[in-house]
Design a protein around this ligand. Structure first.
Ligand code: NAD
Length: 410
């Protein structure tokens, strides 16, 4: 199927992501079928879309007459079989539960035309598992949007074990056609690129706190003012509710890793991650879930009410930025060495996905690759009694670059 043959797009799941994805396609002239389990949820999704369209009008990005045109392009369905029967592309955006997603893929496969492409908006579950639930695994692909889909430019296009070149290419081109900035993820790896790289920063932040090196406010200050991230790792964790999301996601990790070993192939990273998750676990046990519960790493006015945390620039004065981000640079080098993606795509992902002023590898060049390698070696030496410290062993790519005086962007 070619990109010009895509006219009708079904979106399964009309929640936070699904309604926004449906809106973007309708705004770009596609016929959209939005599917969820109740009329009430679908009505709610349509009013969220209307509200968002009105904001586009207020900003002068949409003419008032177009609200009606866009809404007329969206039809809603509670029966999935009807919602996908004449679609050229189906995007699954149901809750992050692998068993639910597998069921949805089976049902879409049974009811959609045989050439229809099926994409998943999962944040990091194995797309390969979803492809195996269909009889068209070459037409299954990851299409990972960022929240809110109406605004965020980044889309990660993920090739699972079976995705054909043609399918990946089509989703990549379609993403460009609707004004997004796609990056290609060549392997179906847990959390893909933006989240995986960001998490390596967050886990090191957790560990620095756990080991008594710095307080959250100090690390967050360094992230805001030295790294150019709009929020620090701890405040962002509180804001998104990542403590709970991450710990719940980790419950199914062992089973999925056994079944799909290629999905989490970096064993040193896995140990590092699991050790670092001790920190949110302590908070979780106390019921400190972030903004949602009124308290996380910081305190908020009341449960569910966010207010920007006061983080002074001076608080981060003693935080060594290289120490904080060198593990994420090492992880990025692993991704490049293993053919998952390229350096410019990693930087694009982190800039567009997390609104960093500079890419993590641009920052690595600026700080000095030799210094990054030296910092990693020091960390490894300091924590060598802990198994997770193997993650600090510099990747070959970084060592060679340091030896030859090379940069990521020469
Ligand atoms: N929220 C984010 O920031 C974000 C960002 C990127 C990707 N994602 C991913 O997008 C997906 C959806 O996340 P969300 O935040 O929109 O969740 P959500 O809970 O807001 O929405 C999920 C929707 O799926 C619907 N659903 C459940 N079972 C269904 C079924 N059998 N048939 C049809 N619809 C069904 C639910 O009723 C709900 O409306 C998840 O895989 C998530 O990991 C989320």
């Amino acid at each position: 199927m070619g990109i010009h043959e895509i006219n009708t797009i079904s979106v399964i799941g009309a929640g936070a992501m699904g309604h926004g994805i449906a809106q973007v396609f309708a705004m770009n002239g596609f016929e959209v079928h939005l599917v969820d389990i109740s009329e009430e949820i679908l009505e709610n999704a349509l009013s969220r879309i209307k509200y968002s369209l009105e904001r586009f009008v207020k900003k002068g990005k949409l003419s008032p007459d177009d609200i009606e045109n866009v809404l007329n392009r969206i039809k809603t369905y509670v029966e999935l079989s009807k919602g996908v029967r004449d679609s050229d592309l189906v995007i699954e955006a149901v809750s992050e539960d692998i068993n639910l997603k597998i069921k949805i893929f089976e049902k879409v496969d049974e009811n959609a035309p045989k050439d229809t492409i099926i994409a998943s908006n999962t944040s990091g579950l194995p797309i390969t598992a979803m492809a195996e639930a269909t009889k068209r695994s070459d037409k299954v692909v990851g299409m990972h949007w960022f929240n809110p889909p109406q605004i965020m430019k980044l889309i990660e296009v993920i090739r699972c074990k079976y995705t054909s070149e043609e399918t990946a290419e089509l989703i990549y081109e379609l993403s460009k056609k609707i004004g997004k900035a796609p990056i290609l993820v060549n392997k179906d790896i847990r959390d893909f690129i933006a989240n995986r790289v960001y998490r390596a920063i967050r886990y090191e932040a957790y560990l620095m706190f756990y080991r008594g090196e710095h307080k959250p406010v100090e690390i967050d200050s360094a992230m805001r003012y030295k790294l150019g991230s709009p929020m620090g790792a701890f405040e962002l964790t509180d804001f998104t509710g990542a403590i709970e999301i991450e710990l719940l996601a980790d419950k199914s990790i062992n089973e999925l890793c056994t079944k799909y070993p290629d999905w989490e192939p970096h064993s040193e990273y896995l140990k590092f991650r699991q050790y670092a998750l001790r920190v949110p676990m302590e908070y979780y046990k106390k019921g400190f879930l972030g903004v949602k519960s009124g308290r996380g790493f910081y305190k908020y006015p009341k449960p569910g009410q966010w207010s920007r945390v006061d983080i002074p620039e001076e608080a981060g004065e003693n935080v060594d930025l290289i120490s904080l981000i060198s593990p994420a640079i090492n992880l990025s080098a692993w991704l490049i060495e293993n053919g998952v993606t390229a350096s410019n795509e990693i930087d694009l992902a982190i800039k567009l996905g997390f609104r960093f002023k500079k890419g993590i590898l641009e920052k690595a060049d600026e700080l000095g690759i030799e210094k990054v390698v030296e910092t990693l070696l020091n960390k490894r030496e300091r924590w060598k009694s802990e198994e997770y410290s193997n993650f600090y062993i510099p990747q070959k790519l970084l060592k060679n670059m340091a030896k030859k005086g090379l940069n990521f962007y020469d």
